[in-house]
Design a protein around this ligand. Structure first.
Ligand SMILES: *Cc1c(COP(=O)(O)O)cnc(C)c1O
Length: 219
């Protein structure tokens, strides 16, 4: 699908529930995609991208930023504490704040540098053991912890379990955000971004629908 087509679909979904389509940011998830494909999307004028690994982002985005102005990079994958500094240098937003030690490290670096990306707290709405994110029951407490560290929280993020109805997870995330006074909702991917927009997503993370299937990892 072209970026224009995805934008149209987002706009249709937003208007269906009386929302302004401008309130939805389309993050083009470029992880593992050939650089030529990413460059083509940049050349079409799109500027908001997502990566899930710090190392991979560091390998491509400084150069793209030098060639294309106003790029906004969102880091959407799990973040190791020892990569926080590099992540904060590279990204305009981090969607995977999910534990006190990481939050404390980000807060310390932010104080030292005077700079902090927009932050989203990842919530493990499906309570999947292998998945990152705070449990729904711990979300309010963790949001308070982050606020106590003066972290600039933009909102919440979730990745629903693959085999479940995503709308239940999107609705849960929205409820947690509302009761915590958070405006940002990072939810919805290639298969379900329209559902997410209808349920209030402010950021959708769309990869394969834009770029095509990711190449299978080597090995
Ligand atoms: C890869 C990824 C996406 C995009 O997934 P698609 O199904 O390709 O749209 C969205 N969010 C996160 C956190 C991802 O890692």
């Amino acid at each position: 699908m072209s970026i224009a087509e995805i934008r149209d679909r987002i706009a249709t979904a937003a208007r269906a529930v009386g929302r302004d389509p401008a309130g939805v940011t389309l993050i083009a998830v470029s992880k593992q995609q050939p650089l030529a494909r990413v460059e083509a999307i940049l050349s079409e004028g799109h500027r908001v991208f997502g990566e899930n690994r710090v190392q991979e982002a560091a390998g491509k985005w400084p150069e793209f930023r030098a060639r294309f102005d106003a790029v906004r990079l969102h880091l959407i994958g799990p973040l190791q504490t020892n990569k926080a500094r590099q992540a904060m240098e590279l990204a305009d937003a981090i969607h995977s704040v999910d534990r006190p030690r990481l939050a404390a490290t980000i807060a310390r670096i932010a104080q030292e540098t005077g700079h902090c990306p927009e932050l989203f707290v990842q919530v493990n709405t499906g309570e999947e053991p292998q998945k990152a994110g705070v449990l729904p029951a711990e979300a309010d407490g963790f949001v308070a912890t982050c606020r106590g560290m003066d972290l600039p929280l933009a909102g919440l993020m979730c990745i629903p379990p693959v085999e479940e109805e995503p709308s239940l997870h999107f609705a849960l995330l929205r409820k947690i955000a509302e009761r915590n006074g958070l405006a940002g909702l990072s939810m919805g991917m290639s298969e379900d971004f329209e559902t997410a927009v209808r349920l209030g997503a402010t950021h959708v993370r769309v990869g394969s629908a834009i770029f095509g299937a990711r190449p299978a990892p080597a090995g």
